[in-house]
Design a binder for this molecule. Structure first.
Ligand SMILES: *Cc1c(COP(=O)(O)O)cnc(C)c1O
Length: 336
């Protein structure tokens, strides 16, 4: 047995024994294999190093009560990786190859999948990079697709306790840029805004829409949702936000609860419409938002210390499905 304090895990790199790696060359993928080597050696001219030709995914493996392991909607991660790849002129990773590789990595590192009941999970990080000799701004001659993994606890230190966020002066992505693609470049440009938010003791920053700066787009690297005072579930609709699989899952679960669930505008000047608000994503799961600092105004939603009842209900249902305690909609739970 591995010696890990499952209850004390944060969101930090841990070297697990095996990762999957596959090379694309001359128009096709090789078979791919597991390796114990957690380093990669690439040409100094690789486009991923200079021109940001890189995209990634993030998903989790969940230990069920019966000891078996589930993935949550991995087909959606595969489809989104391929959308990101298309945007950056990278080759498609076939869905079958993607899901098979995920299963290989989980099985090979099975001891590192946290026990049921700890709330911890095995985080999987697939990524696709342009490599090979190059110097001009062109798509790379070769590509690497890899998946590594590590056990993780909560992403935000507070877990399910509310935290506060601050509206950023920076834009995350351009209106017709790469906001909807899960690419490294979006994150490089988010480091400074995130750092400034942390320095002011906020969990992260809130990005407004880059075109008008009147509507909420993203909460750091998670999507925003709000529960209105008349019990609607609302999440922003915009071509420059990252289409979160957690967000689309919550939209469906809210409908299950009989709520009206809509993608629409969330105006930063109309936060009074909301009884509760949260950030959602694979890493964050659901993190309740206590309050939002916007200029010199601080708006509190439900409470700065307690989670609202609708947010709690959505969290329980979502994690119930992810850990296999409850039956989810068809295709959401994929046994490894
Ligand atoms: C990955 C990501 C999310 C969350 O997406 P999930 O599919 O729910 O994990 C939200 N925003 C950004 C910017 C992301 O990169």
């Amino acid at each position: 047995m591995v010696n890990i304090k499952w209850d004390e895990l944060g969101f930090d790199y841990i070297k697990t024994p095996y990762r999957y790696i596959s090379y694309w060359k001359d128009g096709k993928w090789d078979e791919g294999r597991l390796t114990e080597d957690n380093t990669i050696t690439i040409n100094e001219g690789s486009t991923c190093l200079h021109y940001g030709q890189e995209c990634f995914e993030g998903l989790k493996a969940y230990r069920r009560k019966d000891g078996k392991i589930n993935l949550f909607r991995p087909d959606r991660n595969s489809q989104r990786l391929n959308k990101s790849a298309e945007r950056l002129l990278m080759p498609e990773v076939p869905e079958e190859k993607f899901i098979e590789a995920l299963k290989q990595v989980v099985n090979a590192n099975e001891e590192y999948v946290p026990p049921y009941g700890t709330g911890a999970t095995l985080y999987l990080r697939p990524y696709l990079i342009g490599v090979g000799p190059n110097i001009g701004v062109h798509p790379a001659p070769e590509y690497i697709f890899s998946i590594f993994c590590m056990p993780v606890g909560p992403y935000f230190k507070g877990g399910m306790t509310p935290t506060n966020f601050i509206v950023s002066e920076y834009d995350r992505a351009a209106p017709r840029g790469t906001g909807a693609a899960k690419v490294g470049g979006n994150y490089a440009s988010s480091l400074l805004p995130g750092h400034e938010a942390h320095e002011r003791k906020f969990s992260d920053c809130i990005y407004l829409d880059p075109e008008t700066h009147t509507k909420i787009e993203e909460v750091g690297s998670a999507n925003f949702f709000g529960i209105t005072k008349d019990n609607q579930f609302i999440t922003p609709k915009s071509p420059s936000i990252l289409p979160s699989i957690t967000k689309y899952s919550l939209l469906e679960l809210a409908k299950e609860f009989g709520m009206e669930a809509i993608e629409g505008d969330v105006f930063i000047d109309h936060l009074d419409d909301f009884a509760e608000a949260g950030a959602c994503g694979t890493a964050a799961v659901i993190s309740p938002i206590g309050g939002i600092q916007n200029g010199d105004k601080f708006h509190v939603f439900y409470s700065e210390t307690e989670t609202g009842p609708v947010t709690q209900k959505l969290y329980d249902r979502l994690t119930g499905i992810q850990f296999g305690d409850e039956q989810g909609p068809a295709g959401w739970q994929v046994e490894v």
